[in-house]
Design a protein around this ligand. Structure first.
Ligand code: SAM
Ligand code: SF4
Length: 333
């Protein structure tokens, strides 16, 4: 699938729930906490049918997300079935990490079970190593569980584990070094993500926005000049740098300040309530659940995918006074 601007779509982010066991301030502000009713959520069978069609159209990678995907019952059977879909060669999951250490069978963690089910890569959100700050950011005192979850993920032998830290001014600065050193110790790939105006319009303000460039300057003040690694990519929009004198690389996702951010976009999103979204930072979304539940054939659903790709915008609207229509937790970051 290729759009009008030459974006080749090979990556589908699939949100399987809008529910979450945390309440990150930038993702799910307190006032926005009604869950979608069950009937409004795609069943796993429906989701698998749509992913199968996407795979026929050239999607190679699926990332399962949410909300917190590990809170949905049956997630293991779902990823196992995903891994059987012909044409998909990479299945990843994005998680806040709180449930990775959960024992789901005697001496078997959720992380190990996910790996056995066919998940190859895991992205784990970690904004801070300070327990009080973690509580303040996520609304929950789960840092210890997350750190245990990270260890279980390491033991599970995933091909790649990424740690994602959202840059919030006033909170992130003193965590840059601890997070970099933590990632080095655990041999994980750390990325810093610019805050995006998802969920409500006051998520992003001049006072809490910390641009990637500024975080880089602070990192360089401590570690020395970062060395760009333009040839290193992980299927997403991050740019990577080598830390001087170390074998460690770190990534930056400058969704707001990198004006070339959208050029290499290869993504479509499927929300848990069955909307196809061609871009995270655009109001466009198309109700494929409705069409499917009305009895559409596979050929009609294929056409639907192609029509959505046809409408993919050249770039996101985040810099154009974008007022979010839906909270991030219900889109799937
Ligand atoms: N619950 C899982 C998690 O926290 O990783 C998966 C869903 S979460 C919506 C996916 C990613 O989006 C997380 O890394 C989170 O930090 C990021 N995110 C949420 N709100 C954001 C915002 N306003 N700006 C930038 N990233 C955001
Ligand atoms: Fe939940 Fe992830 Fe959003 Fe935090 S970022 S509220 S963990 S979905």
């Amino acid at each position: 699938m290729e759009d009008r601007f030459g974006h080749r779509i090979s990556y589908l982010r699939v949100s399987i729930t809008d529910r979450c066991n945390e309440r990150c301030t930038y993702c799910m502000p307190q006032e926005l906490q009604e869950w979608l009713p069950r009937v409004g959520i795609l069943s796993f069978e429906e989701t698998l049918r749509l992913v199968g069609i996407a795979a026929l159209l050239g999607v190679k990678k699926v990332r399962v997300t949410g909300g917190e995907p590990l809170t949905r019952r049956g997630v293991l059977q779902f990823v196992q079935a995903l891994a059987q879909i012909a044409g998909l060669d990479d299945i990843g999951i994005s998680t806040n990490g709180t449930l990775l250490a959960r024992e789901i069978a005697p001496r078997k963690s959720m992380a190990v079970a996910l790996r056995e089910a066919g998940v190859r890569t895991v992205n784990i959100s970690l904004d801070t190593l300070n327990r009080d700050d973690y509580h303040a950011i996520t609304g929950r005192d789960y840092l210890i569980e997350v750190l245990r979850g990270i260890d279980c993920a390491v033991q599970a032998g995933f091909e790649l584990i990424k740690l994602n830290c959202v840059l919030v001014r006033g909170r992130a600065e003193d965590q840059l070094k601890p997070l970099i050193d933590f990632a080095a110790e655990k041999k994980l790939l750390l990325r810093f993500i610019e805050l995006m105006p998802v969920s409500t319009s006051d998520v992003l303000s001049d006072s809490n926005f910390l641009p990637v460039r500024e975080a880089q300057r602070q990192i360089e003040a401590h570690y020395g000049s970062l060395m760009p690694e333009p040839q290193f990519r992980t299927n997403g929009p991050a740019t990577y740098y080598q830390l001087p004198g170390r074998t460690q690389r770190i990534g930056f996702i400058g969704a707001m300040t990198n004006l070339h951010f959208c050029e290499s976009c290869n993504k479509l999103r499927l929300t848990c309530d069955g909307k196809l979204r061609p871009c995270l930072g655009s109001y466009l979304e198309f109700d494929i659940m409705k069409v499917m539940r009305a009895g559409a054939s596979d050929a009609e659903l294929e056409r639907f995918f192609l029509d959505v790709v046809e409408r993919k915008p050249q770039q996101h609207d985040f810099r154009e006074n974008y007022q979010p229509g839906r909270k991030m937790v219900a889109i799937g970051g």
